[in-house]
Design a protein around this ligand. Sequence first.
Ligand SMILES: Cc1cc2nc3c(=O)[nH]c(=O)nc-3n(C[C@H](O)[C@H](O)[C@H](O)COP(=O)(O)OP(=O)(O)OC[C@H]3O[C@@H](n4cnc5c(N)ncnc54)[C@H](O)[C@@H]3O)c2cc1C
Length: 383
Amino acid sequence: MHDLLTDEQKMILDITRQIVDQRIIPVRAELDETREYPWEIIKEIGKSDLFRLFVSEEYEGMGTGIFEVCLTTEELSRGDLSVATSYAASGLGLIPINIAGNEEQKKKYLPQLASGEKLAAFGLTEAEAGSDAGSIRTTAIKDGDHYVLNGTKQWITNGGEADIYTIFAMTKPDKGIRGASALIVEKGTPGFKFGKKEDKLGIRASATRELIFTDCKIPKENLLGKEGSGFIIAMKTFDESRPVVGAQAVGVAQGAFEVALEYSKVRKQFGVPISSFQAIQHILANMGTNIEAARSLVYHAAKVIDSGAKNVSRLASMAKLFASDMAMKVTVDAIQVLGGYGYMKEYPVEKMMRDVKITQIYEGTNQILRNVIALDMIKRGVL
Ligand SMILES: Cc1cc2nc3c(=O)[nH]c(=O)nc-3n(C[C@H](O)[C@H](O)[C@H](O)COP(=O)(O)OP(=O)(O)OC[C@H]3O[C@@H](n4cnc5c(N)ncnc54)[C@H](O)[C@@H]3O)c2cc1C
C-alpha cells in the first residue's frame, strides 16, 4: 500500500523509519523496564520536524493532514507504542487549538508545539468520568478577567512532561454537558500540580499522571471557542484523533507480524522450519490479511477527514475499533507463533501485546465506539 504514497509522504515515512530503526528499537525493552519517559527520542522526533504534521503552514507546521500523522504514528508504533503514544498525545492536546483556537491563541501556542520544543496534553477524564465524559466535575468558574479552576484529571498522557494542557471543565456546572468548556492551561501556573506517574501494564515509558487544580487562575483569554462548547470540541477532536489510535494499533501489529514471520523461518522443529507447517502458515496469512484490511480502513478514514467531509465520527470510530481489535488478536497470535519464546521478555512480542491493549481503551473504549457507530447508522442510515 505504501507504493501509492506521494514522494513527500515517502520522505516522511523514511525519516520516521530511520528514527525507529536507529533510536527506538535498540532501547525499547529498556524503556519498558525503566519506565523512563523517552525524552531523547521525542527531541529527535521534534528535530526531524514530525510534530509539524499536526499544524498548518500558517503556524509553522507542514500543512499536511491526518493521513500523514497516521503514517508517522503507525511507523513509530511499529517500533514502540510508548513513544508513539507520547507523540500522538501531543497532537491530541493541540487539535482543540486547531479546531477552536482564535488567531492569538494559535499564534501563541501552535509554533512551539509544531517545533516539538513543547508538548501538549489533553485533559478530559476524571475518576468518576471516563466513558461518561459528560459527568466531569472539574469546575472553571469565571471571576473577573480569569477562570478559577478546581478539580482533578486522571490518567492524562504526557501529564507532567507537557507544557500546554487542553483542559475540559464545567464553566456552568448546573447546565450538564452544555456547561462544559475547554481552556488552555500552562504548566507552572500557580495551583496546577501533578500526581505520580502511573505504573501500567503496557506503554510503560509513556507518562500517565493526575493533573490537580486548586484555585488555579486561568486568564479568560485562554478559553477555547465559546463557553459551553467544550463537549463539542472534545468530540470533534476525537473525530480526528481516533484514526490515529487505529494507526498505532496497525503499527504495533505490523511489528509483531514481522517478528513472527522471521522467527517462523528460522525456528526448526521436527527437522524443518515451523513456517513449513500449514497451521503456522495460516496464522501468518490471517495476520497479514487483517493488518492490511485495518491499514486500508485507517488510511481511508484519514483521507476522508482530510477532505473536509462532515459526519466523520462513524468512520473515525470504525478505524480505531477495527484496528485495535485486529492488533490485539495479531499480537496474541504472534506469541503463539513464537511458542514459549514469545512469552519471554527476550523477544518483543509479549511487550507488544501488553502495549496494544490500550488502543481498545483510550479515546473511547471499543464498547463506546460500537455505540457511536450503531447510533449513527440508526440516525443516518447505512452509508
Ligand atoms: C494509559 C491511559 C492513558 C490515557 N490517556 C488519557 C488522556 O491523555 N486524556 C484523557 O482525557 N483520558 C485519558 N485516558 C482515559 C481513557 O480515555 C479512559 O480510561 C476511557 O475513556 C475509559 O474510561 P474508564 O477507564 O473510566 O472506564 P469506564 O467508563 O468505567 O468503563 C468500564 C467498562 O464499562 C464499559 N462501558 C462504560 N459505559 C458503557 C456504555 N454506555 N455502554 C457499554 N459499555 C460501557 C467500558 O467500555 C469498559 O469496558 C487514558 C487512560 C489510560 C488507561
